[in-house]
Ligand binder design. Structure first.
Ligand code: 5RP
Length: 233
């Protein structure tokens, strides 16, 4: 019996490999978070191991990506030790036609935005299911909130027309806690017509650390698709 391979997983593998192939020796690389970025970190590790790639340093965007980088032999640096990031590669939850993003499905958007925004080249790796005409259609907007402010922030978001939900962890035993020790509100908006304005408006609410709108940061989107049963980028 042949095991069936999930086409989404195949697409993720292909884009992750294509993105990892764009990293040059000597580069400082922003290491994204999520399942697609995790594959990309693994492929970078493979290239280091084979000797095809040399002397790269990684800047992790989450605890998850720092653990993976260590596992695959990628030396890490902090932002205090470097002056720039050559290339950052990260996943996304939604991508609009202008290549603005919603990120934060893994609650890592605060560190991701810091690292991705510092990169000279920011590459987004997604499968085709992430492409949308308008942000907010399929995915709720993640907002990282300092715990003491969760109630006033939720009320302020409702006044903006959003429906906030506290993100709960596995088995709903308690709220998801970010790498910074904060909580996440996932906010449903009927539509996000002006992502740039919405990004600033939400970040202006006292108690909000960062939201998952990434506007005007993306340099390249690599999209995985399945054509004639084969994954392509
Ligand atoms: C984490 C993120 C991820 O990059 C995003 O959720 C995409 O993840 P995946 O590649 O698993 O679909 O923003 O905060």
């Amino acid at each position: 019996m042949t095991a069936s391979v999930d086409p989404i997983q195949l697409m993720k593998q292909e884009v992750a490999k294509a993105a990892a192939a764009r990293v040059h020796s000597g580069s400082i690389v922003g290491l994204g978070s999520g399942s697609t970025a995790a594959l990309m970190i693994q492929y970078l590790g493979d290239r280091l191991q084979s000797g095809e790639l040399k002397d790269i340093k990684g800047v992790p965007t989450s605890f998850q990506s720092s653990v993976l980088a260590k596992q695959y032999g990628i030396p890490l640096v902090t932002l205090d030790e470097i002056e720039y990031i050559d290339i950052a590669i990260d996943g996304a939850d939604e991508v609009d036609p202008q290549h603005n993003l919603i990120k934060g499905g893994g609650a890592a958007h605060t560190r991701e935005k810091i690292v991705d925004a510092l990169a000279k080249e920011f590459i987004v790796v997604v499968d085709s299911s992430k492409l949308v005409d308008r942000l907010g259609t399929t995915f709720k907007l993640p907002v990282e909130v300092i715990p003491m402010a969760i109630t006033p922030v939720a009320r302020a978001i409702e006044k903006l027309g959003g429906k906030p939900e506290l993100r709960m962890g596995v088995k709903k035993a308690g709220p998801v806690i970010t790498d910074q020790g904060n909580m996440v509100l996932d906010v449903k908006f009927d539509s996000i017509d002006n992502p740039a304005e919405m990004e600033k408006t939400i970040n202006n609410i006292p108690g909000v650390l960062e939201n998952g709108l990434f506007v005007g940061l993306t340099d390249l989107v690599l999209v995985g698709e399945v054509k004639d049963g084969q994954p392509i980028v």
